[in-house]
Write a protein that binds this ligand. Structure first.
Ligand code: FAD
Length: 474
């Protein structure tokens, strides 16, 4: 397939309108970067074909679910880099502060666009906004999936049962979609009006962010597209070799730490995968799944570059794209109704089981439980803004064990995760929580109190898997 045909596969038209407008708009939201951005590229191609000016619009919402002030600040720092990079391409960034629907409609009224491009997000808030703009606008409205390596609607037309059903579909398509993307170019058609730069809007921005609750975390991550690329190189140089085995040990710090950047779209998973392929080729091999669709079993993973690359591809493409598939096709992605029938039946049967420990939201929030490993994980979350990946599973499963009902566990977990975690408010979080509590993407295990047949984890298991003491005492 040609690059243009591949780009077309990433684009979905949300209405049937056409216009003879005066400009093209890209409403950036989930993919906050200039490099490797298919939505920007598609919007620019449209503008170039019609000889029209192009602007990027970003809506700064007064509230985004349970997100905290620190998340807004991280995002705004990244957006200033986006603005600077766009400036070099003669494309203005319009920051709209406040209610997105009204703000966007006002911009459409004043700019009379020929077309509007959104980037893809499977969550209900962005989907609702995009559909309402598609209904109200007088021009064509498109959505472009530049968050997934394989566009979510190309991978599968339905909600997948689990990684084992999605993996072969993705592996089959990866060879086709794992191709470099053309860069956006300097735009030749000048934007006709004045666009307020972010720095002059700072008083309004601060007014908005000051009204958002702070979570008190101190992030070690530096925001922005360039930092994302620096971190990727650092990871490749220092941790990739041991990632396959060591990433599961919470005291080793061997994960990539890419999730803040992937979540805010400051780096694309396509770029990470292309870079990993380069490393593999330099190492005399290639991405394993391109020749053999079978992944090595986790117990066979070794500390080698090849295993590191394969494992990261598995997490960052198969697992991450499974989460997008889940949220796109499952309207109840953040509540118990998303649970498979076997899990619902079993959790219902155990609803009245006595709980040995019951904690309130505030006890959990302040890491005030009897379990030192759980408290360490919660403290890591509330101080650094990112919990280790392996501990996230344990952390969520214990909340199922220590609350009145799975419904309450899901509610508490989503609130904690989205408020404290820099990568929260993400399909990965909803899929991870529903996997832990309600069997999504999993299978039935042995029946036991409270959990029913939901997969169980305990402190003894953590101790068997690695030396948990350094993590608990950190
Ligand atoms: C209860 C629970 C809550 C979670 N909440 C979030 C969340 O809010 N945001 C988030 O991005 N991830 C979440 N995850 C998934 C995973 O734990 C994190 O993506 C990972 O720990 C992020 O750190 P990293 O980038 O250093 O990971 P790495 O191990 O270096 O992985 C690289 C990338 O692969 C993807 N990835 C890794 N593990 C998973 C997974 N299990 N599912 C989907 N994608 C994965 C992520 O994009 C990640 O950035 C959650 C998992 C669970 C069990």
């Amino acid at each position: 397939m040609s690059n243009n045909d591949l780009l077309k596969q990433r684009i979905k038209k949300l209405n049937t309108k056409a216009a003879n407008g005066a400009c093209v708009l890209y409403v950036m939201s989930r993919d906050q970067r200039v490099q490797d951005n298919h939505a920007l590229l598609a919007a620019q191609k449209h503008a170039l074909a019609k000889k029209l000016p192009l602007a990027v619009v970003f809506c700064l919402l007064p509230k985004t679910g349970n997100r905290a002030r620190e998340h807004y600040e991280f995002m705004l720092t990244g957006l200033q880099e986006v603005e600077h990079s766009l400036q070099k391409l003669s494309i203005p960034l319009m920051l709209l502060i406040g209610e997105p629907k009204q703000n966007l409609q006002a911009v459409l009224h004043h700019t009379n666009p020929d077309a509007i491009y959104f980037d893809f997000n499977p969550l209900r808030g962005p989907q609702k906004l995009q559909n309402s703009i598609a209904n109200a606008a007088e021009c064509a409205v498109y959505v472009v999936d530049t968050h997934n390596v394989v566009p979510v609607w190309v991978t599968s037309p339905k909600k997948e049962v689990g990684a084992y059903t999605l993996r072969p579909k993705i592996h089959k398509l990866l060879g086709t979609y794992l191709v470099d993307i053309e860069p956006a170019v300097k735009h030749p058609h000048k934007w006709p009006g004045h666009v307020e730069p972010i720095k002059t809007l700072l008083p309004h921005i601060h007014k908005l962010t000051n009204a958002i609750a702070s979570n008190g975390t101190t992030l070690v991550f530096k925001s922005g597209e360039s930092h994302a690329h620096t971190l990727l190189e650092h990871f490749i140089a220092t941790k990739l070799q041991t990632y396959a085995v060591d990433r599961n040990d919470p005291s080793k710090g061997s994960q990539s730490d890419l999730s803040p950047y992937l979540h805010f779209g400051q780096i694309s998973s396509l770029r990470v995968a292309l870079r990993l392929r380069q490393v593999a080729l330099q190492n005399g091999s290639d991405l394993h799944f391109l020749s053999s669709p079978k992944m090595p079993k986790p117990e066979d993973a070794k500390n080698t570059l090849q295993h590191g690359i394969d494992s990261l591809i598995e997490e960052m493409i198969v697992r991450k794209e499974l989460a997008d598939n889940y949220c796109y096709y499952e309207p109840n992605y953040d509540n118990i109704l998303a649970a498979p029938n076997w899990a619902k039946t079993s959790l219902d049967a155990h609803k009245q089981d006595p709980r040995e420990f019951l904690y309130t939201y505030s006890q959990l929030q302040s890491a005030n439980t009897h379990d030192p490993a759980w408290n360490a994980a919660q403290r890591q979350l509330t101080t650094s803004g990112k919990m280790h990946g392996y501990m996230r599973m344990y952390w969520a499963k214990k909340v199922l064990e220590w609350t009145d009902s799975p419904e309450q566990a899901i509610e508490f977990l989503i609130k904690l995760n989205d408020f404290y975690s820099i990568d929260g408010g993400d399909p990965n979080g909803y899929a991870g929580i529903l996997w832990s509590v309600a069997g999504v993407h999993d299978r039935p295990w042995f029946d036991r109190p409270v959990f029913g047949v939901i997969r169980y984890m305990n402190y003894e298991g953590l101790k068997r898997k690695f030396d948990i003491d350094p993590y608990v005492n950190s």
